[in-house]
Each structure stands twice: as C-alpha cells, then as structure tokens.
Design a protein around this ligand. Structure first.
Ligand SMILES: [Zn+2]
Length: 109
C-alpha cells in the first residue's frame, strides 16, 4: 500500500510510515480487519465439518439446511450440497446392487 501522507510505497502491515512517520492504519480499522479475518476462518472451518457430517448423515444435512437457510446461508448451502451428493451416491450404489443382483439371479436361473 501507499502512504496517504507522502505517497511512498510501504509494507501492507506497517502501522506508521517509515518515510514520514504518519500513522497509516487506524486502530479501529485494523481491529475490524482482524475480526473479519478470524470470523471468516472460523466459519469456513465449521462449514467443512458440517459438510462432512451432512455427507455421512444426509438427513442431518437436510435438517441443518432448512434450519440455517436464512441465518447462515453459506453453511446451509454446504450442508445441502453434501447431503444431496450423499443421497445421489447412495442411489447409484443401490442401482449397482440391483443390477448385480439381477445379473446373479439371471445367471442362476
Ligand atoms: Zn509517509
């Protein structure tokens, strides 16, 4: 970034400009930035966890999706997608089993 006072290029994390000594980052702005970054990190971590849970127990994923649709739309969408993927996968597995069963019965008869 560039210093607002003298225009010299300075480090993004610099608190004061090394060239003119003017404060380049407001305390409050910095605090907000850190807060936002940590919130984002925590949210993406829990999203992955809920996604995995939804994949293994699609019904839970569906319930979480309906519960969080408005409050936590991003997490809800992850849960919904994982639950849907699991259901599709399970349907495919069942179809494969049925095909194998039919083939085996057909071979025996
Ligand atoms: Zn400066």
């Amino acid at each position: 970034m560039y210093c607002k006072n003298c225009g010299k290029e300075i480090d993004n994390n610099a608190y004061v400009c090394p060239n003119c000594g003017v404060k380049v980052k407001d305390d409050l702005v910095e605090q907000r930035e850190r807060q936002a970054a940590s919130n984002l990190e925590a949210d993406s971590g829990s999203k992955a966890g809920w996604g995995i849970l939804s994949f293994f127990i699609p019904l839970v994923g569906l319930i979480l999706f309906l519960m969080w649709k408005t409050d936590r739309p991003k997490t809800a969408s992850v849960c919904g997608k994982c639950a849907l993927a699991a259901v599709i996968l399970e349907v495919v597995v069942v179809i494969i089993y049925v095909i194998i069963a039919v083939a085996v019965i057909g071979a025996l008869v």
